[in-house]
Design a binder for this molecule. Structure first.
Ligand code: GLU
Length: 468
């Protein structure tokens, strides 16, 4: 049997990190088994539907490099098929029309609540004779006949054997009174029609599995293998959401994480292969097995993601990083800036955890004087700082060999003779003048790269501006 997995997101406008991991695991399993990975857009909520939201999903999958097989399926486009199956179930007596009014349903809910019963619908139309009088003006829903006694067991690849008492499963609706199919019906019909063999999804859907199995049984269709993964939690143990810092793939992209780092980190979140922390997609495909998915919930840890991203940043090709940086900062670099950054990249990329941090560190190479000096940097340009800048302009301007080593020596000499050997007293005003901020990577190397002319120009411009 050839494996077919699927990723069926509802287009909500963002790709939740948990959903992204679900997509990853389905992708890995399909590729591991030489099977197929299908995409189905669960777009039946027409009131909230937008093509942009679908595009967000496509873009996120593309960014993560998760290519799907066949064309994406629109669930909404299959609605006639879903309705047909509901009618088929009705015709064969596996489902029935229910004419309960809103008030009757409310009463049933109330009394179930009072009696502490989970299942509340009293099945009053289940065995009603065909000629039973129907209330005026009520459009019926179609309900499935769920088993009344006994229990149902699901053999889940992650959760193990899970059993529920059938009395907990109501005769749930498969076709609403307006003729639209419910999620429960649509998902079963689509999974069947798409030939899905393995359903790998979040364990928030485990309860649905028992209902979906009622439909499979009624239709005599073979059920897929199920694997329900624990959810991804925030560091505080609550469901991962925006307040934890990021909740979607787009958030992570905007924060400056690389797709291979996000993939690697998400794969490790809930799945492991020995002690391996860093691995490629190809390795994950070779190693992945549903049986190795953890049963306990995983907590999202930004420090770990930073560490994984730092690793991939350091490994990334310099010209790719330059392009990514342009995309990230949404600027087209001038040739001169790009040339400087190319020289600096080896040093910069080893220390930045994200593209955002890299963009900040790269600022010294990407600006031309005059530029704004921020408030923190201004503090280092007091009278003493200004004097240092003026003195260093002359000293550095007089160097014949403008190499990092020579620049460092000149700065150290000045610190020794004028600042009691305190190098910081020299470097902070220099940093402020050269970058407009109070943070930057090693200045000696940066000065060598931007060159004597640009270095002295920045120092002079800043000195002049500070005088005014
Ligand atoms: N559309 C559902 C969701 O986004 C997925 C349903 C399923 O995996 O069966 O949660």
């Amino acid at each position: 049997m050839s494996v077919v997995t699927r990723f069926p997101p509802s287009p909500t406008g963002f790709m939740h990190i948990g959903n992204a991991r679900t997509a990853l695991f389905n992708y890995l399993y399909a590729r591991h088994t030489d099977g197929k990975f299908l995409l189905r857009i669960e777009d039946t909520d027409r009131a909230r539907h937008s093509e942009e939201a679908v595009l967000v999903i496509m873009n996120s999958l593309h960014w993560m490099g998760l290519t799907y097989d066949n064309d994406a399926v629109s669930q909404f486009a299959q609605k006639d098929r879903h309705t047909g199956v509901a009618k088929e179930l009705l015709a064969k007596g596996a489902a029935y029309e229910c004419y309960c009014t809103a008030e009757e349903l409310e009463e049933m809910r109330e009394s179930a609540k009072k009696e502490g019963r989970q299942s509340w619908y009293d099945r009053r139309w289940r065995d009603a004779p065909a000629d039973a009088p129907k209330p005026d003006g009520v459009q019926p829903v179609i309900r499935i006949k769920a088993p009344i006694d006994g229990e149902t067991t699901v053999q889940d690849e992650v959760q193990g054997e899970v059993t529920v008492k059938n009395e907990q499963i109501d005769d749930f609706i498969i076709l609403r009174s307006d003729g639209t199919p419910t999620y429960m019906l649509a998902v079963v019909v689509d999974d069947h029609d798409m030939g899905v063999t393995h359903v790998i999804r979040g364990d928030d859907h485990l309860n649905n599995t028992f209902r979906q199995n009622v439909i499979y049984d009624a239709l005599g269709w073979e059920k897929p293998v199920y694997a329900h993964m624990p959810l991804i939690l925030g560091p505080d143990g609550a469901k991962l959401s925006k307040r934890h810092g990021a909740q979607s793939v787009e958030d992570l992209k905007e924060m400056g994480y690389l797709p291979e780092a996000v993939n690697n980190y998400l794969m490790r979140l809930g799945w492991s292969h020995g002690d391996d922390e860093i691995f490629s997609m190809d390795q994950a495909i070779a190693w992945f097995d549903i049986k190795d998915v953890n049963k306990s919930a995983a907590k999202f840890d930004f420090a770990k993601l930073d560490a994984v991203n730092t690793h991939y940043m350091a490994e990334a090709d310099n010209s790719r990083l330059l392009n990514l940086l342009e995309d990230f900062a949404q600027v087209k670099m001038k040739d001169i800036h790009r040339a400087r950054l190319e020289k600096a990249m080896d040093e910069l990329k080893g220390r930045a955890a994200t593209l955002k941090a890299l963009a900040e560190d790269a600022r010294i190479y990407l600006q031309d004087a005059p530029f704004e000096i921020d408030e923190k940097a201004q503090k280092h340009l007091d009278e003493d700082g200004k004097q240092t800048v003026a003195a260093l302009t002359d000293i550095l301007g007089g160097l014949d060999d403008f190499s990092a080593g020579n620049i460092e020596q000149a700065c150290r000499d000045y610190a020794k003779t004028h600042k009691d050997g305190k190098l910081g007293k020299v470097m902070m005003p220099l940093r402020a003048a050269l970058t407009g901020t109070d943070k930057s990577p090693s200045l000696f190397h940066a000065m060598e790269i931007i060159g004597k002319e640009e270095t002295c120009k920045r120092l002079k411009v800043t000195f002049k501006a500070a005088q005014e």
